[in-house]
Design a protein around this ligand. Structure first.
Ligand SMILES: C[S@@+](CC[C@H](N)C(=O)[O-])C[C@H]1O[C@@H](n2cnc3c(N)ncnc32)[C@H](O)[C@@H]1O
Length: 276
């Protein structure tokens, strides 16, 4: 990896996040040397709908436990640890943000999942894995920071084994106009790249995928975002994604609900397989 500052990595990097997460857990009476993925879910499931959305996508994908899975844009590692813990799969995560990778490793040690999940810093546009390495490629709420979707989906296709599956949860552009900023993935438009669901699907097909299932999950996302926006007027609970987001977390929560409600953004789940 280069050391060139990246505006996306800057957006996701905040001071002392790992320490803040551990302090919050300790304040809640948790044994920080023996944590479970459930203890961490309020903060490490960093996407619309949080843990329930991860379960919905996992059920759509269908896992036997024998799969080797790649999580692209793995963040703090919540979804990957959960998949390893709940379904018994072996997961590798790759993420652009070095700080997230370090914290993901630290939380993995504290949940006793070393050997079942691993993380490395890397760019989704140049995945540091051989061709045909994974039975499943998984990604939740990472593509909206990535402009070159053609290359992203080609990379996902390249590392997938024949007969493998791609599972996506993504934010798409809606018909209501551009999003209100700040949002969780960007404080301003220069690092936000949304495409409509139709354009996204065409790009996936051009990269060599065939759609198995495509679900519009906007209603579920709006329900969850509206609840979070409603709670954002009061003091947040000790543990939550506000620890990642920084001082403008309330505006981000409110804009998430507003953008979904005004059809500026949509959310979808999709499972795809290599086209014959
Ligand atoms: C909103 S977070 C989602 C994290 C995780 N998927 C989850 O659901 O908890 C978006 C993540 O995508 C990562 N990301 C953005 N652009 C990336 C890129 N080009 N390559 C790898 N990771 C990227 C960010 O660093 C961040 O961790």
């Amino acid at each position: 990896m280069t050391n060139t500052p990246n505006p996306v990595e800057d957006h996701y990097t905040s001071r002392d996040l790992g320490a803040a997460i551990l302090a919050a857990l300790q304040g809640m009476g948790k044994d920080i040397d023996h944590l479970t993925p459930d203890d961490l879910a309020p903060v490490d499931e960093f996407h619309g709908g949080q843990r329930p959305a991860t379960i919905r996508l996992a059920e759509l994908l269908g896992l036997t436990g024998a799969e080797r899975v790649l999580d692209v844009g793995s963040g703090l590692g919540g979804p990957s640890r959960f998949l390893a813990w709940r379904y018994g799969v072996r997961v590798s995560g790759v993420d652009l943000t070095a700080d997230f990778v370090r914290i993901a490793d630290m939380l993995t040690q504290r949940t006793g999942l070393v050997g079942k999940v691993d993380y490395r810093q890397g760019n989704a546009l140049d995945l540091p894995f051989d061709d045909a390495s994974f039975d499943a490629v998984w990604s939740q709420n990472a593509a909206m920071n990535i402009a070159d979707r053609d290359r992203l989906y080609r990379e996902m296709r390249r590392v997938l084994k024949p007969g493998g599956k791609l599972a996506l949860q993504e934010v798409a552009a809606g018909p209501g106009g551009p999003p209100h900023f700040p949002v969780q993935w960007a404080r301003e438009p220069s690092i936000s790249f949304l495409f409509t669901a139709d354009v996204t699907r065409a790009k996936l097909e051009a990269a060599g995928f065939r759609v198995v299932t495509w679900q519009d999950t906007t209603p579920e996302a709006l329900e969850s975002a509206a609840k979070r926006a409603g709670n954002a007027t009061t003091t947040p609970p000790p543990l939550g994604t506000h620890l990642i987001l920084g001082d403008d977390w309330q505006a981000m929560f409110k804009n998430s609900a507003r953008n979904l409600g005004e059809h500026r953004t949509e959310l979808f789940n999709a499972v795809l397989e290599p086209a014959a």
